[in-house]
Design a binder for this molecule. Structure first.
Ligand SMILES: CC(=O)SCCNC(=O)CCNC(=O)[C@H](O)C(C)(C)COP(=O)(O)OP(=O)(O)OC[C@H]1O[C@@H](n2cnc3c(N)ncnc32)[C@H](O)[C@@H]1OP(=O)(O)O
Ligand SMILES: CC(=O)C(=O)O
Ligand SMILES: [Mg+2]
Length: 364
């Protein structure tokens, strides 16, 4: 409840008479790829029904990347697609326009009555602090009550301003609707006055160089020295992950704009996965497979995790496995993997087959 002006006993009370009760726990629904589409782009929109079941989240984007002249068409297009499509296991999200824009009020007052029953999560861009979440929270409660919705729509915030990063913990704890956070590297870079011009990913100038070799104690500054590119986003992602974990919500990478560079995209996604993110964005259909692969634990990882679980028995003490010590803390890490695999297997039959084929030899 950090940063909220509500007292502890009021935190889970609905913010409007007749609004659905807030959730006390955010469900861990698989969301490896949040796939963006522009509902005003007829060609793109026509592909969406066939993508149901192939991606964990479909997100109708109304904000940046949608032309100002197309804002109304995007909103109406999303309503049309949502009404006409059975999303089955796939979640439907939207990214509304920023809270200071001329479009956001109509976004919310149109979408909630029209398709609120189908919308799982509303992504709010350029969130600066808890006050932005409080505003959306109350408005959603009023709109949900009016529309007679029986479950609350969740909120996902994009971390894309310096103030937002500084306030990350209070943003995560601002409402029981908070589902998660995504990194917004493009707007964040601009807001911080970083000197990059890319959408996510690394930069060749952001590096460390190995020390010069020394000859008789003297540095040879003419010698070749390897350089290692560093991750521009490590600090922000690490802050996001901690803030989300602290509040029981979910962190995500964000967009990787170099669509052609699938290798660097995979690396960036994997760094985020290893640091604790549960998913990422996909801007182009070819990024979906990358995200699904990266954000699903590998068969090798699950085999190892299950072996540790089997070897640890009741989960206390310490054992040796393959020459390494395993104990209560490594068991907990393995259980994170095993539980994630179970959640993913429940919605991904191909992955289920792979995980089911793993046999754990308890003597090994
Ligand atoms: C910083 C931020 O805010 S990031 C979030 C905002 N940005 C976005 O949402 C961008 C979403 N993606 C896009 O707009 C597009 O993918 C672009 C502009 C990046 C590339 O588009 P194109 O040049 O058309 O890509 P490309 O030619 O490879 O497309 C191949 C096919 O996939 C379709 N396609 C492309 N992107 C998508 C998508 N996101 N969803 C569904 N279909 C798509 C195209 O319509 C095309 O269909 P076709 O084969 O029938 O002609
Ligand atoms: C994700 C996003 O909106 C940004 O990078 O600005
Ligand atoms: Mg942005």
């Amino acid at each position: 409840m950090t940063g909220s002006s509500r007292s502890a006993k009021d935190f889970f009370r609905p913010l409007a008479v007749g609004a659905p009760s807030p959730l006390t726990e955010i469900p861990a629904r698989p969301s490896r790829a949040i796939h963006f589409f522009d509902p005003s782009n007829e060609k793109m929109a026509a592909k969406i029904p066939a993508m149901v079941g192939t991606v964990d989240v479909l997100l109708g984007n109304l904000e940046d990347a949608v032309k100002a002249d197309n804002k109304l068409a995007a909103r109406e297009g999303l309503v049309k697609i949502a009404k006409a499509t059975d999303f089955g296991p796939t979640q439907l999200w939207t990214r509304i326009n920023s809270l200071d824009s001329p479009w956001v009020l109509d976004d919310l007052t149109t979408l909630v009555p029209a398709i609120g029953g189908k919308l799982d999560v509303i992504m709010v861009p350029k969130v600066q602090g808890a006050e932005d979440i409080h505003y959306v929270d109350r408005l959603l409660a009023q709109l949900e009550a009016k529309a007679g919705l029986d479950r609350p729509i969740l909120i996902h915030a994009i971390l894309e301003t310096a103030r937002g990063v500084a306030n990350v913990e209070e943003i995560c704890g601002a409402s029981p609707r908070m589902q998660g956070l995504s990194l917004g590297p493009a707007d964040l870079a601009a807001d911080r006055r970083m000197k990059t011009t890319r959408v996510g990913g690394g930069h060749p100038g952001y590096l460390v160089r190995e020390d010069p070799p020394r000859v008789d104690g003297t540095a040879n500054l003419e010698a070749h020295r390897a350089t290692y590119q560093q991750d521009l986003w490590h600090y922000t992602i690490a802050r996001m992950v901690d803030a989300c974990a602290m509040h029981g919500i979910y962190p995500y990478y964000g967009p990787f704009g170099d669509i052609a560079d699938v290798v660097a995209c995979e690396d960036q996604f994997r760094n985020a996965f290893l640091l604790g993110c549960v998913g990422t964005w996909s801007l182009h259909p070819k990024q979906i497979a990358i995200a699904n692969r990266v954000f699903s634990p590998s068969v090798e990882d699950i085999l190892h995790a299950r072996r540790v679980v089997a070897a640890m028995g009741d989960g206390t003490g310490a054992v040796m496995l393959d020459g390494k010590m395993e104990d209560d803390a490594s068991l907990k890490q393995c259980l994170v993997m095993v539980r994630l695999a179970e959640e993913l297997a429940a919605i991904d039959p191909e992955l289920k087959k792979q995980y089911d084929a793993i046999t754990v030899d308890e003597e090994a």
